[in-house]
Design a protein around this ligand. Structure first.
Ligand SMILES: [Fe+2]
Ligand SMILES: [Fe+2]
Length: 277
């Protein structure tokens, strides 16, 4: 595990920001995406989770070290919210309500944004909201390949819903009220597990919906203008209704081994500006 850490209450405002969807510890893809950010003039990457901070094994350390090195070479900082596929045995202690972003000395260009943490960029208030339900849980081992900490816990949920205006949420999971292309609640999902097509148990589909309802609760309470997420591996943009009759613009990002257009999205200003691209 990283030997030393720094905590910070503020984040440098980017000149140009690149949001990125799930990388799953895919190093060649991470390299490609970092260079895509550089070629497009971005100085900051904000990753929406399933980044690749996996269990403390050599492969994880190598991924983090190589990504950190490439970030330093290109002069880019990477911020990330945790997905479900991360080492929550480690990260849960830094996701407690009131936690600040954490940078380890070993990988000093990579900063974790805790659940419910809020910050200001371009006059907007942003909020990080990691976590999701792993539908491949049946084929995983608790404490080794998945952890209960992947769920947005009750105290984290309460904290995320505290008073104060939030303009933009960056999450891993999506709220209930948005229609994601190809994701139909109640319909069977099949996964490729070790080369075999396996059907996700109904209980996990229901649990996944339950987690989305938690995210919707946050959206209903803080009513953000925009919401970015990963997890479903779909690039799309759609409106989500929230309590009180208003709408939040949701944007989903696709995963590694798709296209850069689907995996990323660039931002150069606030929700009041006209120069979003
Ligand atoms: Fe995920
Ligand atoms: Fe994922």
């Amino acid at each position: 595990m990283p030997e030393a850490i720094t905590l910070q209450s503020d984040l440098r405002q980017p000149e140009k920001l690149m949001l990125a969807g799930d990388w799953h510890g895919n190093l060649p893809w991470a390299f490609k995406a970092i260079h895509f950010a550089k070629a497009n003039g971005a100085d900051t990457i904000l990753h929406v989770g399933d980044f690749g901070w996996w269990a403390p094994i050599e492969r994880t350390f190598q991924f983090l070290a190589e990504v950190d090195k490439e970030l330093k070479t290109t002069g880019i900082d990477l911020l990330w919210v945790d997905g479900n596929h991360e080492d929550h045995a480690f990260w849960h202690q830094f996701n407690k309500p009131g936690s600040y972003p954490l940078t380890t000395m070993s990988y000093s260009s990579i900063t974790h944004l805790p659940r419910g943490f809020r910050w200001k960029w371009w006059g907007d208030t942003w909020m990080a909201l990691g976590g999701a339900h792993s539908v491949d849980r049946s084929w995983s081992t608790e404490g080794e390949t998945w952890w209960p900490g992947e769920w947005l816990q009750d105290d984290q949920l309460e904290y995320a819903m505290r008073p104060g205006k939030v303009d933009i949420i960056v999450a891993h999971d999506a709220p209930t009220n948005v229609t994601i292309p190809g994701i139909v609640p109640g319909r069977a999902i099949y996964l490729n597990i070790g080369g075999l097509k396996r059907r996700v148990p109904q209980v996990d589909l229901l649990k996944a919906e339950e987690h989305r309802a938690r995210i919707q609760q946050v959206v209903d309470t803080v009513k953000p203008v925009e919401f970015y997420h990963g997890h479903y591996h779909r690039a799309y943009q759609s409106l989500a209704r929230h309590e009180g009759g208003g709408y939040t613009l949701c944007r989903g990002l696709d995963k590694d081994e798709t296209t850069m257009a689907k995996n990323t999205h660039f931002i150069t200003g606030g929700t009041q500006d006209d120069d979003d691209d």
